[in-house]
Design a binder for this molecule. Structure first.
Ligand SMILES: *Cc1c(COP(=O)(O)O)cnc(C)c1O
Length: 453
């Protein structure tokens, strides 16, 4: 299996190569050259445990890894979710309403699925090449924490995460700064998230520096993240009663479009489901897109669901590739237009592809309260968005993307309860280790040069 860029100017790469590169050199994102057909596999995957299912699924893509190596990577990846039977539990709330809990990983958010896998793939690459790797990223919260925990304590690996001082939640900051691991460098910069991203770009733009230190970017666009996310959709679908499976609608709290895109890709590979629903908060670029066929980015507004406060959905380009009949020339032109004008209007957008909804902060609070009253179940503010306008004619599988204990204030305001989690309580007892630096590329480069492996 080879992987091609959505912009068509990069030669096709193997799985390992595409994972190592991350972003394609032509600026595009990697996708399988030809999607496999899952239809013949589904019956024999029935009843597999999560790790075995992950191995079988990834085997279709990671064809350049020895099966024993892949099995080992997969086992170590999902071994970090404890206990094993709760890797991605499917909980029934009501007749045809299920919640897929994706918050049992180390940082209690669904990003652990993709970033634990990516961390173990990087580790394998270091062992193979004998070279160290220095991972650099900017975060407004969850991605940084999950990336850090994906690489925590790994040999020949260092991770540098920039975040805006005072602008991530206290628990998110603790997840990044209380790890106690020597290879983790949490850098609180004086400035906003945009400043952090700008500095990151400036550091990477110094190609000599990036090459000298083997710098690699953490971001939401690595191919392995998409594939790692496909597995929990498959696992959930296989556990819904057979008679209901073709009526399943996955309802996905969405920001960068990475999570829901993974599910949609499975449907393109032949998984027979009814559809996907994109649930946004007040930052509703994708909700507007699926209602009006127009992609138009606007200013970002802070919300109770901060990991979805996004107006440029970075994985959108992958969907665009298929929407434009896998024509990379058109993808390139459309991406250039979006970059220049912030707007793109589709001639034909198959609306059947996604349904969508949007929830304001007031609605998020009301939903958390309603779900608690009705089912005695607490959802976090991101997951709450998915409960807006559920379609009673479908079997809805709501993806719960974060543990409610990560957002104690919002939950308390809605329900009067303060959810806790032992992992978060343990963090509160540990010292915060962070480096305060100015939002200045020279200062960041000097720090990296000093601490790189
Ligand atoms: C990142 C994140 C999302 C959004 O996922 P995308 O893949 O960016 O669409 C939703 N909920 C939580 C808790 C997240 O951390």
């Amino acid at each position: 299996m080879k992987f091609v860029s959505t912009r068509g100017q990069t030669e096709a790469l193997s799985f390992t190569e595409a994972v190592a590169v991350g972003l394609a050199p032509d600026g595009g994102l990697f996708l399988p050259q030809k999607l496999p057909d899952l239809t013949p596999h589904l019956a024999k995957w029935e009843g597999l445990g999560y790790t075995d299912l992950a191995f079988e699924f990834l085997s279709l893509f990671a064809t350049d890894l020895e099966p024993a190596v892949l099995r080992d990577i997969v086992q170590r990846t999902y071994g970090t979710f404890a206990p094993a039977e709760t890797i991605a539990p499917l909980r029934k709330l009501d007749g045809n309403l299920y919640v897929l809990e994706l918050f049992h990983g180390q940082t209690l958010a669904f990003k652990d699925f993709a970033l634990q896998l990516l961390g173990h793939l990087y580790e394998h690459q270091c062992v193979e090449s004998g070279q160290g790797i220095n991972v650099l990223g900017a975060t407004s919260g969850d991605t940084g924490a999950a990336a850090i925990h994906g690489l925590l304590g790994k040999p020949k690996t260092a991770i540098f995460i920039l975040y805006p001082e005072g602008r991530v939640s206290p628990l998110q900051e603790r997840q990044m700064t209380c790890t106690g691991a020597a290879n983790v460098h949490a850098i609180a910069i004086d400035g906003s998230f945009d400043d952090a991203q700008r500095v990151l770009k400036e550091v990477f733009a110094d190609q000599d520096f990036a090459a000298k230190h083997g710098l690699s970017a953490v971001n939401s666009i690595n191919l392995a993240r998409v594939l790692g996310q496909c597995i929990y959709y498959l696992s959930a679908w296989l556990r819904v009663p057979a008679a209901e499976r073709s009526n399943v609608e996955f309802v996905v709290p969405t920001g960068n479009f990475g999570n829901v895109f993974a599910g949609w890709l499975l449907a393109r590979m032949g998984l027979p489901v009814r559809g996907f629903k994109v649930a946004t908060n007040r930052n509703d670029i994708l909700h507007r897109l699926f209602n009006t066929a127009e992609y138009r980015s606007e200013a970002v507004h802070p919300s109770l669901a901060p990991s979805m406060d996004i107006q440029v959905a970075s994985n959108f380009e992958r969907f665009l590739y298929y929407a434009l009949d896998e024509n990379p020339t058109r993808v390139k032109a459309v991406m250039a237009q979006i970059k220049a004008t912030g707007v793109y209007r589709f001639d034909v957008l198959n609306k059947a592809a996604f349904s969508s909804s949007r929830a304001t902060d007031e609605e998020i609070t009301a939903i958390i309260r309603q779900v608690y009253d009705r089912y005695h179940y607490i959802v976090d503010p991101h997951t709450a968005c998915a409960f807006k306008e559920l379609n009673p004619a479908r079997t809805s599988v709501v993806l719960a993307t974060a543990h409610p204990a990560k957002f104690p204030d919002a939950i308390k305001a809605a329900t009067g309860q303060t959810p806790t989690h032992p992992t978060l309580e343990a963090l509160k007892a540990r010292p915060i280790v962070k480096h305060r630096l100015p939002a200045d590329a020279a200062a960041i480069k000097a720090f990296i040069a000093q601490h790189a492996v």
